[in-house]
Design a protein around this ligand. Structure first.
Ligand SMILES: Nc1ncnc2c1ncn2[C@@H]1O[C@H](COP(=O)(O)OP(=O)(O)OP(=O)(O)O)[C@@H](O)[C@H]1O
Ligand SMILES: [Mg+2]
Length: 273
């Protein structure tokens, strides 16, 4: 048994080293391509005519796209290997949401689409890995931008009892009911001809669902063809600072030294809620 365990660990280390190597080997040239195309397009090395500017722009865009596919594949490999780790803490959700909303503006198919914020007066407190939460939110907003030709995209944040919800609602093409589960599988894109027009790999939703489930939450879909889609992230609220303190007090009163929560929770900033 010990030997088998040793072999499994060696295999995992080898796979991790291989993935790191491949990622380095691909990232370095992609960075070179993107950066030099950018420098040339800026005219820093001499004048460029409109056609050259167009070509350089395409090189840069394709480079960024390759980088994002590479990142998705690496995320997927990590998820499959069960090696995905989150760094959870209380984050400023308004900043994260605003950040995602401003990034999505450049992805809109039509600049007249309204980006609507439906935010609460009091933001929920949740423990998230801010980079990963932002990644999931951006995937949903990016999809909404890709599959909406007019109307609006709404980001609606709410608190219901012990959960916070983040709904991305669009007035786009919608998704037929029979595909509501399949689109969460890897490499699934609905309409191949359309998918070819709209850049993508079909990894965004499976990765996003995994990221949210790792946080103890869910990612669900409601959609009607021709009317639009709503993807909703639901996450548990963080225990309130008061309840953490009273847990600690009762533990101390009981003479217990072990923490009540199985996983170590970052200490929430003490501010009135
Ligand atoms: N808001 C939406 N409206 C309509 N269809 C959608 C929407 N979001 C996702 N889909 C459908 O689900 C498929 C899978 O989405 P997913 O985000 O996983 O992949 P992608 O956007 O095609 O590529 P990637 O996210 O890897 O760049 C899409 O190709 C599209 O057919
Ligand atoms: Mg996507």
């Amino acid at each position: 048994l010990e030997m088998a365990r040793g072999t499994a660990v060696a295999e995992r280390d080898l796979r991790t080293r291989f993935m790191n190597q491949v990622s380095h080997e691909l990232r370095t040239p992609i960075n070179t391509i993107v950066n030099f195309a950018h420098i040339l397009a800026q005219g820093e090395m001499g004048n460029v005519n409109p056609k050259q500017t167009d070509y350089l722009g395409r090189i840069e865009k394709s480079g960024w796209h390759s980088m994002s596919v590479l990142n998705d594949l690496l995320d997927l490999a990590q998820i499959e290997a069960g090696e995905f780790r989150l760094k959870r803490q209380i984050v400023d959700l308004e900043t994260v949401c605003e950040d995602a909303m401003s990034s999505v503006r450049s992805l809109l198919r039509n600049p007249e689409i309204a980006l609507v914020r439906d935010y609460p007066d009091k933001w929920p407190r949740i423990l998230v890995d801010s980079k990963r939460f932002r990644q999931a939110l951006l995937n949903l907003l990016g999809n909404a931008a890709k599959y909406t030709d007019g109307g609006q995209i709404i980001l609606r944040v709410r608190t219901y009892e012990h959960t916070a919800t983040f709904a991305v609602e669009d007035s786009g093409i919608g998704i037929p009911a029979e595909h509501h589960e399949t689109i969460f599988q890897e490499f699934r894109q609905l309409n191949e001809a359309m998918a070819r027009q709209r850049v993508g790999t079909g990894l965004g939703l499976p990765i996003s669902r995994h990221l949210i489930e790792q946080h103890g939450g869910t990612l669900t879909l409601n959609s009607t063809v021709g009317q639009g889609s709503t993807f909703t992230i639901t996450l548990p609220l963080a225990p309130s600072p008061a309840s953490i303190e009273s847990d600690a007090e009762s533990d101390a009163a009981n003479g217990r030294t072990t923490a009540k929560h199985a996983t170590p929770q970052p200490v929430a900033p003490k501010r009135p809620i």
